[in-house]
Design a protein around this ligand. Structure first.
Ligand code: NDP
Length: 246
């Protein structure tokens, strides 16, 4: 019970990496706030966790909408009086080569992936600063470091998250709050399942460890960064990609 009674918000936790992270914290005694835009999906995840004897609350929340985020955090604070750990995980892709990339696909990705992180981090910052403790973990991507043809919007949003995290780390360090980024490589989820089989085969060839990542590979690093063992780590980007970007 490493995270007993700690309040953990995981954005975009109705499937994929976020769902795995939320389940991992719940299994260690945390009270997890499950969020996503689809209320049915949120309710399903909360019910599944509760059936296992874990503690979870559900919130339909669009990270791209600041008012919605503030209301969600207020509800969590009303009930639990604290937010100990924030995992900014919600993210989308709208891939296209720059020549074909339209303004809507640019704005949607930046508003969800980057502004969403700003919204949630800002909403939890006051209670964390007051409590003089907190862990903020942002799920970026290896693409934010290397770039990728067809993903200029996504790469910009993820690179933006890395710079944002370093700045927050500097601002909050004196209050005992850490902020770090995880940059996953290729992780098997619905998001990557949409890629063509030939593209998947090409990617696999570039991974020295010879397999795609699993959501649990990211959840494990998240738990470490949120633990007291990582108290002296802040402003860092931990690449979890099977060696793909070496
Ligand atoms: P999925 O598409 O499987 O899940 C995304 C989650 O985010 C869902 O729960 C979705 O719920 C939620 N979400 C999307 N948009 C919003 C929004 N506006 N507001 C609230 N919730 C939202 O993605 P993954 O699990 O694969 O990815 C999770 C994170 O990891 C993302 O940030 C992604 O960029 C990053 N990542 C993933 C990699 C991979 O290989 N899979 C590699 C590198 C980084 P709903 O749609 O119902 O709102």
């Amino acid at each position: 019970m490493k995270f007993k009674d700690q309040v953990v918000i995981v954005t975009g936790s109705t499937r994929g990496i976020g769902k795995e992270i939320a389940a991992a914290f719940a299994a260690e005694g945390a009270i997890v706030a499950i969020t996503g835009r689809n209320l049915d999906a949120v309710t399903q995840v909360v019910d599944d966790l509760k059936q296992k004897g874990f503690r979870a609350d559900g919130f339909s929340c669009d990270v791209a909408n600041f008012e919605n985020v503030q209301e969600t955090v207020n509800k969590i604070l009303d009930k639990h009086k604290a937010v100990d750990i924030l995992i900014n995980n919600a993210g989308i892709t709208r891939d296209n080569l720059l020549l074909r990339l339209n303004e809507t696909d640019w704005n949607d990705v930046i508003q969800t992936n980057l502004s969403g992180v700003f919204h949630f981090t800002k909403a939890v910052s006051k209670p964390m600063l007051k409590a003089r403790k907190g862990k903020i973990i942002n799920i970026a991507s290896i693409i934010g470091i290397t770039g990728n043809a067809g993903q200029a919007n996504y790469a910009a949003s993820k690179a933006g998250m890395i710079g944002f995290t370093k700045s927050v780390a500097k601002e909050f360090a004196s209050r005992g709050i850490t902020a770090n980024t995880i940059a996953p490589g290729y992780i098997e989820t619905e998001m990557t399942g949409q890629l063509k089989e030939s593209t998947q085969e090409e990617i696999l060839k570039k991974i020295p460890l010879g397999r795609f990542g699993k959501a649990s590979d990211i959840a494990g690093v998240c738990m470490f960064l949120a633990s007291p063992e990582a108290d002296y780590i802040t402003g860092q980007t931990i690449v979890v990609d099977g060696g793909m970007a070496i």
